[in-house]
Design a protein around this ligand. Structure first.
Ligand SMILES: C[S@@+](CC[C@H](N)C(=O)[O-])C[C@H]1O[C@@H](n2cnc3c(N)ncnc32)[C@H](O)[C@@H]1O
Length: 227
């Protein structure tokens, strides 16, 4: 596939009612609609065992897994002894996560919800994890998500995010003004993808303390921050 970047750009910041955002949600629902079994394989990524280790070091008990998909990280953390809530906008992904948890005898609070509208009490989690999630939001929405995470965390709570090195491969897309790709090729039509630079990550989590960003696995960034 050739790399085609059309010139169409929009200076308008996306919000929940933007057609581009809605097409992106439709992409995820369509992507998950073809999946009939949960992905039970743990991803072969070097940082995966660090997630529970870092959470344990901070004395975490209650974790929110943002954009949990069919639940590998939620299940993994549950097996490691954490009390887990997993949210994903795709009803099918959450259905698969529930099937997996039931099959393996785990209790996980899986919920269908858009990260941009999810409702959790302030100070209600010891930790929030987000693996390969922020890359699918434009910068202005990511700022909003970071603020929401900050509110939901208890004081001293920890955020762990993995931000993939994305957007460099072939594809057909147009770019929003902030550099977010909006894919137009048939495989990924509607999907949003954005590579976050280190400085942008520092800015996103500026309200947090002890921000650490480490390069892992082919240019991805593993970020930890404390409320
Ligand atoms: C790249 S996948 C990552 C899934 C999982 N975290 C993992 O590590 O395999 C992105 C996930 O985010 C979910 N997602 C995308 N936009 C979302 C939104 N606005 N609210 C909640 N989940 C969303 C998708 O349905 C998908 O499961």
């Amino acid at each position: 596939m050739v790399n085609i970047v059309a010139q169409r750009q929009t200076a308008v910041e996306l919000d929940l009612s933007s057609e581009i955002y809605r097409e992106n949600l439709a992409f995820w629902e369509k992507a998950w609609s073809g999946v009939t079994r949960p992905y039970k394989q743990l991803p072969q990524l070097s940082y995966v065992p660090r997630i529970p280790a870092d959470l344990k070091e901070k004395g975490v008990k209650k974790v929110l897994d943002l954009g949990c998909g069919s639940g590998w990280l939620s299940i993994y953390l549950c097996r490691e002894g954490f009390q887990v809530t997993g949210v994903d906008v795709s009803a099918q992904a959450i259905k698969l996560g529930k099937i997996w948890a039931r099959e393996d005898g785990h209790t996980i609070d899986f919920q269908v919800s858009d990260i941009e509208t999810m409702e959790f009490e302030e100070d209600s989690f010891d930790a929030v994890v987000a693996n390969s999630i922020f890359e699918h939001f434009p910068l202005n929405m990511s700022r909003d998500i970071a603020e929401r995470i900050f509110k939901m965390l208890k004081p001293g709570g920890v955020f762990i995010g993995c931000f993939d090195n994305v957007g460099g491969g072939p594809g057909e897309y147009f770019e929003l003004e902030d550099g977010t790709h909006v894919y137009t090729d048939p495989m990924r039509k509607g999907m949003l993808l954005r590579r976050y630079q280190n400085q942008e990550l520092h800015d996103l989590f500026k309200d947090f303390s002890s921000i650490k960003i480490e390069e892992v696995d082919a240019g991805s960034n593993y970020l930890t921050a404390v409320k």
